[in-house]
Every structure is written in C-alpha cells, then in structure tokens.
Design a binder for this molecule. Sequence first.
Ligand SMILES: NC(=O)c1ccc[n+]([C@@H]2O[C@H](COP(=O)([O-])OP(=O)(O)OC[C@H]3O[C@@H](n4cnc5c(N)ncnc54)[C@H](OP(=O)(O)O)[C@@H]3O)[C@@H](O)[C@H]2O)c1
Length: 287
Amino acid sequence: MAGPHLGRRAGARERGRVCLSRETAVTQTALITGGSSGIGLALSRRLAGRGWRLLWASLSEDEIAAARGDILTAHPDAVISGLALDLAAPDAPARVLDWAQGQGGCDLLINNAGFGVYGPSADLALEAEQAMIAVNICALHALTRLFLPVMEARGGGTIVNIASNSAFVPAPDLAVYAATKAFVKHYSEALTAELEEANSPVRVMTVCPSAISDTPFLKRAGMEGVRTFTSFTATTAEEVARDIIEGLDNKRPFVLTGAAMRRAMWLMKLAPAPVLRWMTRRETRRV
Ligand SMILES: NC(=O)c1ccc[n+]([C@@H]2O[C@H](COP(=O)([O-])OP(=O)(O)OC[C@H]3O[C@@H](n4cnc5c(N)ncnc54)[C@H](OP(=O)(O)O)[C@@H]3O)[C@@H](O)[C@H]2O)c1
C-alpha cells in the first residue's frame, strides 16, 4: 500500500510533531473518535488540561453535550466541538474529515471509537457483527488513510489507534471483536514501520488496553459476569489515558496500558500456546 504520501520526505521536520506541554500546545488540536465517553473522555480531560483544542466524533449528541459540560467545569477555557454521527455508515469517515478540516484540521487523531458484542458468533445478529467490523475496522482504517496525507501536507502529526489485549489471542464468545482488534494491531504496527521507512512526518501509535472496569464498554457489550482477565489485569480509563499521554510524550510506537497488563504480558509470552488458549477460554466464559 505504498501510496504517494509514503515516499515523501520529512526534511528537517521532526517526525510525529505533537507538543504535549501546556506552554507549547495551546494551538494544537486533537480529533478523538468516541471522545465523549470512557477512554476518550479521560484522554480529553488530560489534553484539555494541557491547552489542546478538542474535536469529538461520537454516536450520541446528548452524550457529547454532557461530556462537554463535564470538561468545561474543570477547564472553563477549553475549546470543544462535537460531531454526532454513526461511524458504521460508509460515508462517515469522509464526513469527519470534511468537518475536521472545516475546524482547522488536527495534529493528533485518536481512533478510539469501538464496541464489542458478546456471545457465540453463530448466535449473534449478522448486522451486529457487521456494524462492529464497520466501526472497529472500516472506519478506523478509512480515517487513518484520509488523515495521513492531510497531516503530511501540514508537516506532521500523530495517529493513535486503540486496539485491545483481545488482539493477541483468538477469543471464543468475542470472536469478531477480538478479530477486529487483531486487525487494528497488525495494521497499525505495519503502518508504523512503513512510515518510519519512508521518513514520513506522521507517526502511528498502537495502544492495547486490558479490560477497563469503569467505562460503559463491558456493559454495552453484554459482558457482565465475564472475567476477561479482570482479576489480574483490570485497569481504569484514567490509567489508560495516563499511559497513552506518556506514550505520546515519549514518541512510543506501541503502548500496552496498565502495569498489571504489562506484567501479565511476560507470562503470556512464556506460556505455551495451548495453555494460553485454555486460559483465554476460561476468561471469556460467563461465570
Ligand atoms: N473497556 C474495555 O475493557 C476495553 C479494553 C480494551 C480496548 N477497548 C477499546 O477502547 C476503545 C474505547 O472503549 P471504552 O472502554 O472507552 O468504551 P466506551 O466508553 O463505550 O466508549 C466508546 C466510544 O465509541 C463511540 N462509538 C461506539 N460506536 C460508535 C459508532 N457506531 N459511531 C460513533 N461512535 C461510536 C461511543 O459513542 P457513544 O458513547 O456516543 O455511543 C463512545 O464514545 C474501544 O475501541 C474499545 O474497543 C476497551
């Protein structure tokens, strides 16, 4: 997929130009899909605290309004614009690009919107699985492709793609969700390498959070009573946001969020494949 943008040279410009300190970042803009909930909202709070302008593309207009009020209470000077749309719609990524460009463009794109649906694949509605693929894969891929050349033309930027710890191992009862996150991880890591080789001024960072106890995600996915490694890798939206910001500050290409998940990853690397599959099955079964 060596598009014309990949051959361009960054020249003297710094790769992945994002300045996260409050003093230097006043005019910078972050576009966060799903910025009005969970991880997106925790990230938004931190970026608003550093003086970033925020653009959100989320599903619910009411949720955007409520989350905007929440941020403005803590940061009265924050500048936040929202676009309510269904990212599963084929024309949604192009609409997001047009809207963001109309707002002055962005220096940081965080492809965070996503959802899961729990249950045996054969029992789930085909439409529900297809919508999951449309949001978690198609919209993320299209937004990455659409914003990449625009950021290169601006002289730099960073794209953060949110995968999951589900990206590492096939997960029964989360078959399609885990497969969408495996796509995000493989695609984003390969893109990081391609952009580095091409000396592009744009960087891509891949993020793999473990199960988060305090966002609506698990409930929305119908995963009450499912362990999903929560007993030993559970994290919070705040911890995930902190680790992502730390990753951006340090220009990391890959971030595994949460200290517990980083410890568990060592065990996963040492465990034989059949043991890993047995453990995954145990953790994805409803208790
Ligand atoms: N929570 C976990 O355990 C966990 C673990 C690993 C990875 N992740 C990943 O982290 C990301 C954020 O999850 P979260 O925990 O913060 O969940 P969340 O609070 O449910 O946030 C998901 C966001 O995505 C938006 N969204 C979902 N479907 C959409 C659609 N069709 N069109 C537009 N926006 C849509 C939601 O908008 P509305 O709220 O307006 O519907 C919401 O803002 C997801 O990609 C998820 O797969 C989560």
